[in-house]
Design a protein around this ligand. Structure first.
Ligand code: UDP
Ligand code: MG
Length: 309
């Protein structure tokens, strides 16, 4: 049977880019060797995005559009698009044309050669402020040093996912979603396709600083235990330092007078360290509860070999 592709495009107040964005994506779609549906998810836009979508969907059978009751955020808009997609491969792309739709053909080629995930890796970012580029650069490196699973550097959500990967996503219903981390956690065969990230076609970013910080926190808290365990280790280090200080003071006090507050200082230091170490232990339990609550699959089977009669 012929394979189907699904393009998933989240939209939040994108009236300024939507028509041009559709034109470019539709041109790429027509060049494809496979039939392709385009799934738009209107994430509670307050401008005319939905009216424009109504017009596009009325004229193009390949277009499906969903509209959220309010703004739920980019990661959930993409998730809703994935839930609705019927394709054998899903391609996630922003509406603003920062990720050129033309790169999709390279992702499809990688998929045809056996890749389960083909993610876009930004070789260069055009038209973004120094601050944005610097914080993004720093964040990706911090994240990859903290995460237990290698999350590729300088990649966003622009990527192709094979149906097997998408099905695994559909089983992961955690609320604070960080899709690129989830995709790294899953494993599978991932390859990258390099591209130059362009300037936004029109309008401003829809990722406010608050949304950006929430996403950054979801990346670290969803994929690393370090913030909790580090406190425990720091507490143990403080306890050891305070105990060594007390021992040194005891040795010195045999031959010379030692100021009285040193005992108080080492005592308080030791107790403070103990409290932090205890927090670390609580953190270990909390991590386990968090794991249970997230309810990620225990393991993911990629293929099976079985003798059939
Ligand atoms: N977006 C969304 N919901 C939001 C914020 C953004 O669906 O709450 C969409 C937006 O319309 C765009 C994509 O997510 O298609 C990426 O957003 P944007 O380009 O504003 O982010 P940036 O590239 O500036 O990080
Ligand atoms: Mg953008």
């Amino acid at each position: 049977m012929e394979k189907l592709l699904s393009l998933i495009v989240p939209l939040y107040n994108e009236e300024a880019v939507l028509l041009e964005s559709f034109r470019r994506m539709d041109a790429v779609r027509k060049e494809m060797r496979y039939p392709c549906e385009i799934i738009y998810v209107d994430d509670g836009s307050r401008d005319t995005t939905w009216e424009i979508l109504r017009e596009i969907a009325g004229k193009n059978a390949c277009v499906k559009a969903l509209r959220f009751s309010r703004n739920f955020g980019h990661q959930l808009a993409v998730t809703a698009g994935m839930d609705a997609a019927k394709g054998d491969a899903l391609i996630i792309i922003d509406a603003d044309l920062q990720d050129p739709p033309e790169v999709i053909s390279a992702m499809i080629a990688a998929w045809e050669q056996g890749a389960d995930i083909a993610y876009g890796k930004r070789r260069k970012r055009e038209g973004e402020t120094f601050m944005k580029r610097f914080t993004a650069w720093g964040y990706y490196r911090l994240l990859s040093s903290m995460s237990a699973y290698p999350i590729p550097l300088d990649t966003g959500d622009f990527r192709l996912l094979d149906r097997a990967v998408a099905d695994t996503f559909l089983n992961m219903r955690e609320h604070n979603r960080f899709l690129r981390g989830m995709s790294a956690w899953m494993g599978f065969k991932a390859v990258h396709v390099e591209y130059v990230r362009h300037e936004r076609y029109a309008g401003g970013t829809k990722y406010s600083l608050k949304k950006m910080l929430k996403l950054a926190a979801d990346g670290i808290l969803g994929f690393s235990y370090r913030p909790l365990t580090l406190i425990g280790y720091l507490g143990i280090a403080i306890m050891v330092a305070a105990a060594l200080g007390a021992i040194a003071a005891a040795i010195c006090s045999a031959s010379m007078p030692v100021v009285g507050w040193l005992w108080a200082l080492t005592g308080v230091g030791f107790l403070q360290g103990l409290i932090m170490a205890a927090q670390g232990i609580q953190g270990a339990y909390l991590n386990r509860i968090y794991d249970e609550v997230k309810g990620r699959p225990l393991y993911i089977i990629k293929e099976k070999l079985e003798m059939t009669k």
